[in-house]
Write a protein that binds this ligand. Structure first.
Ligand SMILES: Nc1ncnc2c1ncn2[C@@H]1O[C@H](COP(=O)(O)OP(=O)(O)OP(=O)(O)O)[C@@H](O)[C@H]1O
Ligand SMILES: [Mg+2]
Length: 225
């Protein structure tokens, strides 16, 4: 489904260079579920941005279903993301001027597909937010916003779901419900699931775990978080 080969990524801050990914390689099979672990600042979010084409690496290649991302224009990469990839950002990236339902419906609206509102409403029901459809993000709790972001990521039935600490703001029970939903979709749609998580029980539900250490990915045990 997706292959990262020899990825190098460094950020510059003032006159300093901060190496983040240093020869990171990873192959994820179609329908697989994978947990990415590693301490704060180790580069997990950066890795997800590279994987989804939102950040270009300094070197290395990303191949999505046989298509090298660097052969696509930025518009083509945006289309690929909209149609095939659901992303749950660590800080949600909801649009403040849209209601929960409008935020969730947005990817379908942009794609010009019909039935977006109904589908958005049913997904909000599934994440337990049926009673908050018309709320705006600023009037929602962190965990509610997180669930809106998850519903939005799922609306196009993506073949790849990438989620950055999707249960980070949720209590155990709500977190379990959200995890159930992600794994259900993983199975129903044969969607590939890539989760960044510090939660050993969520990592343990994935088929495979890797850990970022010094810019590289290594196989990991469940309790290595
Ligand atoms: N735009 C940027 N400019 C400069 N440095 C950055 C930028 N984005 C991230 N970094 C640095 O790169 C490193 C990796 O950041 P990243 O956000 O990928 O870590 P992370 O593993 O997701 O951490 P966390 O668990 O806290 O979310 C950090 O040291 C961070 O300070
Ligand atoms: Mg992060």
């Amino acid at each position: 489904m997706i292959r990262l080969e020899n990825i190098h990524l460094a950020y510059t801050a003032g006159d300093r260079t901060i190496p983040v990914l240093e020869d990171a390689s990873l192959e994820i099979g179609s329908g697989e579920s994978l947990a990415i672990m590693g301490p704060s600042g180790s580069g997990k979010t950066s890795l997800l941005l590279v994987m989804t084409g939102l950040e270009s690496p300094d070197s290395g290649s990303i191949v999505f279903d046989d298509t090298p991302l660097d052969t696509l224009s930025s518009d083509a990469r945006a289309d690929l993301r909209r149609d095939r990839i659901g992303i749950v950002f660590q800080n949600f990236h909801l649009i403040p001027s849209l209601s929960a339902c409008e935020n969730v419906a947005l990817p379908m609206d942009i794609a010009g597909e019909r039935g977006a509102r109904d589908h958005a409403a049913s997904l909000l029901d599934r994440v337990g937010l049926g009673h908050r459809k018309d709320h705006y993000p600023n009037a929602m709790s962190g965990g509610e916003r997180q669930r809106v972001a998850i519903a939005r990521a799922l609306i196009q039935r993506p073949s790849l779901v990438v989620a950055d600490e999707p249960t980070g703001n949720l209590d155990n029970q709500t977190g379990d419900t959200i995890a159930d939903l992600l794994f259900e979709l993983n199975q129903e749609n044969d969607a590939t699931l890539v989760l960044v998580t510090h939660d050993p029980s969520l990592a343990g539900r994935c088929q495979r775990r890797v850990r970022l250490h010094e810019g590289q990915l290594h196989p990991a045990e469940q309790y290595d978080v």
